[in-house]
Design a protein around this ligand. Structure first.
Ligand code: TEU
Length: 568
C-alpha cells in the first residue's frame, strides 16, 4: 500500500555515542561499541538507528558544537569506523541516520576561525556579526535583547574585530549565516553529502526551523526584570525557512534520504504542517516539543514543575501532535524521551521501585499505539529512570544544568535553600538523566566500560540491566519487544490511523481511540498509583481485549495499568 514507507512504519532507536558502549576502555562510549551492540539493538525490534553527533568537536555541548563535519571525534573512533557501522546496519536490513547540526558550528570550526580573523575575510559573512548598540550612558549593548538557550545574552563581543556575533546557544556555538549562499552550499556538501555518499539513510536535523531568523528584531519584553528575553518565537520560522528547506530537500532527494527536523517554538500547527506536508517536499516529519515540555516552560525547562493537572496538558499535547496528520498528507512523530529530556518514567509515570516497571510498560503501550514514526531512546526499552536526588551536583556534567545552577547561585548569592530547590529541579528534568551510561549487565560500571565512565552509572544497574531483562519475560524490555511486534502487526491501526481523545477531562485516566476503516482500537491508560474504575466508551462495550500491561480485564484498572481493546 502506498501509505507504508520505511521511515513511517520503521521504529527509530536513538543512540547517544558517549553513553552507549565503550569498546576501548577509555570511559567514553564509541562507534565500534555501537557496532558491537547492533544485534542487541535489532533484537529490541527497531528498524532505524539514529546516532547523535559523533563529529569532531570540543564537546562544549556534547558534540552539538561541530568543529569538522568530515571527521569523527577521535575518542569515538574514525570515519572508517562509521563506514563499518553504516555497512553493518545495512547488512542487518537496518537503516542509519545521523544528526545534522548546521544552525551553528563550534567556535573551533575553521570556518569560524576564518570568519572572526578579520572583517574582510571571505568567510566573515558565513556567521552573524553586528556592531554594538550604545545606551544613553554610552555603554556598549548587544544588537538585540535575545536570551541564549543556555542563559545569558545570545551575543558575544569580539574585541579583535569590534563586533558582536550571534549564538542562540553557547558562546562556543556561533550561528551560521544561512543568508549566505556559499555558506549554505558548504553545509550541503560538507555536513550532508559527505555522509550521504557513505550510505547514510537520512538525518535528524537539529534546530531545523532556526536557520532563517528574520531581521533580528528585539523579542517582546515578557520579563521586564530581566536584561534578556526568551526569543525562541522570534528567531524560529523566519521568512526564508521554506526556501532553505527546499534546497535541503533537493539534497535529500538525490539519495532518497529521510529527514526529521527538530521544530521547537512553533505553536502554529499550520506552520508545522507546511514543513511536513508530503506535496511540499520540505521535511518528512518533525519533532514537536508539546509532549516532552509538559510540566515545564518552553522558555527554560528548569522554570516550572508539574502541577496536579499536568495530565490534562499532556493529553492535549499528544492530541495536537496526533491531529497533525488528520485529513492531510502530513506526517508526525511519537516520542517521550531523547537526550535533551529526563526519563519518561520519572516524569510521567513513577520511578518508585513498586511502580517503575508498571508505569514503564504503560508508557510503552501508549507510544506503540500512537500514529507517526516512533522514536525510542537508548535505555527507555529497559525502563531506565532519573539519577537519584542523593547525587551531588558535581555528577551533572551538562552545561544546560550547570549554567542554570550557577545562575541560581549568582541570583541568590549562594542561598542554600534556593540551591537545594534548584538541585531538585535538575534531578527531575535535567538532560543528564538521559545521559547516564547504558546498563548492559551487573558487572562493574554496568558493563559499559572497564574504565571509570565519563559520567556516573545509575546506582540501580545491578537490578536494572539488559542482560537480566533479556532473560525475564516480565521485564520492560520483553514487553517492548512484544509491543513493537504488535505495532507492526496492527500497522494501519497503530501507525497510520486517526486519533480521537475520549472520556471526560480526567487527571487520572488517558483514554483515546484509533480508527482505520472499519477497525477501531480503544486505549485506556491509568496514570495514577491508585486503582481506577474503567468506563468503556460507547462502541467498545463488546470490544476484544488485545493487551493489558497487568494481564487483567476487570472493571478496575490496576495502578499504572494500560489496556488496548479492538472493536471491528
Ligand atoms: O536542541 C535544540 C532545542 O530546541 C533546545 O531547547 C534543546 O531542546 C535543549 O533542551 C535546551 O534546553 C538541539 C539539541 O537537541 C540539543 O542537544 C543541543 O544542545 C541544541 O540543539 C544546540 O545544538
Amino acid at each position: 500500500m502506498s501509505h507504508h514507507k520505511w521511515w513511517k512504519d520503521g521504529v527509530v532507536y536513538q543512540v547517544y555515542p558517549a553513553s552507549f558502549k565503550d569498546s576501548n576502555d577509555d570511559g567514553v562510549g564509541d562507534i565500534p561499541g555501537i557496532t558491537s551492540k547492533l544485534d542487541y539493538i535489532q533484537s529490541i525490534g527497531v528498524d532505524i538507528l539514529w546516532v547523535c553527533p559523533m563529529f569532531d568537536s570540543p564537546q562544549i555541548d556534547m558534540g552539538y558544537d561541530v568543529s569538522d563535519y568530515e571527521k569523527v571525534y577521535p575518542p569515538y573512533g574514525t570515519v572508517e569506523d562509521m563506514q563499518t557501522l553504516i555497512d553493518e546496519s545495512h547488512s542487518r536490513g537496518m537503516r542509519i541516520i545521523l544528526d545534522l547540526v548546521v544552525n551553528h558550528t563550534s567556535d573551533q570550526h575553521q570556518w569560524f576561525k576564518d570568519s572572526r580573523s578579520s572583517k574582510s575575510n571571505p568567510k566573515r559573512d558565513w556567521y552573524i556579526w553586528r556592531p554594538a548598540k550604545y545606551d544613553a550612558e554610552g555603554c556598549r549593548r548587544p544588537p538585540n535583547n535575545w536570551r541564549a538557550m543556555f542563559t545569558g545574552s545570545a551575543w558575544t563581543w569580539d574585541d579583535d574585530t569590534q563586533e558582536y556575533y550571534l549564538h542562540l546557544f553557547a558562546p562556543e556555538q556561533p550561528d551560521l549565516n544561512w543568508e549566505n549562499p556559499e555558506c549554505r552550499n558548504a553545509i550541503y556538501q560538507s555536513a550532508m553529502e559527505f555522509w550521504l555518499r557513505k550510505g547514510v539513510d537520512g538525518f535528524r536535523i537539529d534546530c531545523v526551523n532556526m536557520y532563517s531568523k528574520g531581521d533580528l528584531r528585539d523579542a517582546p519584553v515578557t520579563e521586564p526584570d530581566r536584561e534578556t528575553q526568551n526569543a525562541g518565537l522570534v528567531w524560529c520560522n523566519g521568512p526564508r525557512m521554506d526556501e532553505y528547506l527546499g534546497e535541503m530537500n533537493a539534497v535529500h532527494s538525490k539519495y532518497d534520504a529521510m529527514s526529521v527536523g527538530e521544530c521547537p517554538f512553533t505553536p502554529d500547527l499550520e506552520k508545522v504542517k507546511s514543513y511536513v506536508s508530503a506535496k511540499n517536499k520540505r521535511l518528512n516529519m518533525v519533532f514537536q516539543f508539546d509532549v516532552v515540555e509538559t510540566g515545564s516552560s518552553h522558555a527554560s525547562k528548569f522554570e516550572t514543575l508539574p502541577s496536579e493537572t499536568w495530565l490534562l496538558d499532556f493529553k492535549a499535547a499528544v492530541t495536537r501532535t496526533q491531529k497533525l496528520i488528520s485529513g492531510n498528507d502530513a506526517w508526525t512523530t511519537a516520542f517521550t524521551e531523547n537526550h535533551d529530556w529526563s526519563r519518561s518514567i520519572s516524569r510521567f509515570g513513577s520511578d518508585k521501585p513498586e511502580y517503575r516497571v508498571a508505569s514503564g510498560k504503560m508508557l510503552a503501550l501508549m507510544l506503540i499505539t500512537l500514529s507517526g514514526t516512533l522514536f525510542v531512546y537508548q535505555g527507555q526499552e529497559l525502563g531506565m529512570v532519573n539519577a537519584p536526588l542523593s547525587w551531588p551536583i558535581e555528577e551533572y556534567k551538562d552545561l544546560d544544568a550547570a549554567n542554570y545552577y550557577e545562575q541560581v547561585s549568582r541570583k541568590t548569592n549562594g542561598d542554600a535553600k534556593a540551591l537545594a530547590e534548584a538541585k531538585a529541579v535538575i534531578q527531575f528534568i535535567a538532560r543528564d538523566n538521559a545521559r547516564t551510561p547504558m546498563q548492559w549487565n551487573a558487572n562493574s560500571n554496568a558493563g559499559f566500560s572497564t574504565a571509570k565512565p565519563w559520567m556516573r552509572v545509575h546506582d540501580n544497574f545491578r537490578e536494572l540491566n539488559a542482560e537480566l531483562q533479556e532473560q525475564d519475560g516480565a521485564s520492560v524490555l520483553s514487553f517492548w519487544q512484544r509491543m513493537l511486534r504488535l505495532r507492526k502487526s496492527y500497522a494501519n491501526l497503530f501507525v497510520h490511523a486517526d486519533f480521537e481523545l475520549l472520556g471526560e477531562p480526567s487527571t487520572k485516566i488517558f483514554m483515546y481511540s484509533k480508527s482505520w476503516e472499519s477497525e477501531k482500537a480503544l486505549v485506556v491508560l491509568n496514570f495514577t498509583e491508585e486503582v481506577q474504575l474503567l468506563r468503556r466508551p460507547q462502541g467498545f462495550g463488546n470490544a476484544m481485549l488485545l493487551v493489558s500491561t497487568a494481564d487483567s480485564d476487570g472493571k478496575m484498572l490496576a495502578p499504572f495499568e494500560g489496556r488496548v481493546y479492538i472493536a471491528a
